[in-house]
Design a protein around this ligand. Sequence first.
Ligand SMILES: [Zn+2]
Length: 464
Amino acid sequence: MDKKILSSLLAFSFGCGMVYAQTAEIGTWAGFRKGAASFTFDDGAPSHVSDAGPMFKKYGYKATFNVVYNWNPDWNGFQGLANEGHEIASHSNSHGNNMSGEEASSKTNIGGRIKQKYGIITVAYPNCNVPNESAVKQNYIVGRICNGSWKGMNDEMGKDGPSNWAQTPATMTGDEGQLKTTNDFTGRMQKVIQSNGWAAFLTHGFQGKQNGNANYSPTDINAIDGALKWAQQNDKDIWVAPMGFVAMYIKERNASKAEASTSGGNITVKLTHNIKDNISDYDYPLSLRVKYSGSTANVTQAGAKLESKIDGGYVYFDAVPNEGDIVIAGEGGSGPIPESSSSVEIPQTSSSNTPVSSSSRNNPWGQSSSSATNPWGPNPWGPQSSSTTALTAETVDFSAVAVYRTADNYIEVSGAKGMPITVYNHMGQVIRTTRGLGMVQKVFSGAKGKYLVKVGNKTFKVSL
Ligand SMILES: [Zn+2]
């Protein structure tokens, strides 16, 4: 055997057994966006259900609704908002001048009426007065005051949130607030895009709407509509999400280790933290990227497929800490191309795509932008499909499961007993998670558009 062959054989066998250190980065914000914005609504107004909910649905965004238990808000209406992925939070039992003494009980009371994935993890203080801070911190991951500037702080926060989580600022909107017009909101969002920070807004009722007890400082709902429209157009830069979810993201991001290694042609990422406590499991998905030179990748966590995107020499995906090893494998078992490979293929958006609206063209999930993850992949809708109600399963070995649109415009799932079901909007945001019941169940109804429904580890496409 000649020396050359021997040495290459040695190198080969070495290569197979070696474990290479890799870097996995956690995005400052979800989707590797540049800034975050949270819309919060106080006092449980009827108009929050009747007007704010549909407005947010139109843009695919979620907000935080802080309700007062003793004011007996429209529990069904707010549960409906929770089902759509909004955060329902505490604004005390009685809305006294200071809610001290109601920190734990209001959480229990409201949590008894509203069922939601992450529980009651946010509290907004009535009249902006900070109650017992240690009681707040024993029950919530974030306590919200009003304008930071009223307390000598900035209104906007940095990437790590407030210096004290029991005093998280939000800027008041409306007649008595600093933010009145769409430009006022977009100015704040532009500011945090520049600073990689977080802006939160505090709205009560709306001008000319049914506000119940939320009659302080009514806001022009069109100003918020315009702000959400702007956010959607700038979705690759600004992450709009409920206050409690952003707080979870920050805490998980800062506490998590993301350790990657390469072995046997696969990259394995271990994403873990140890901050789980009696308030939260801190299981909000984090956005990660790992250097990757392949043109296709199959990303799984604990064996379940994760949506992923390859762009600019990275593979991007969202994963939940402490939920098992994340494995990145090249398609077809070929494994990732070594990092030194010179060719990096960036998937192109094909012209045969299903036409998308101008707003979704601007979203990062549909474009090969380097600043975003893409759970839809580079070409989520594949070849042009007609807008019939029937859906085609992408795989045939899953024949028991079916996903389709009903005549009354619901997404319905059948044959998914016990399986996790996740509905994503066209921006790749989770808008509903539930579990299969068995026979047939309606899982979502919402704005016209395209959705992905993940049942178990299979993904289906549906249009409403
Ligand atoms: Zn209030």
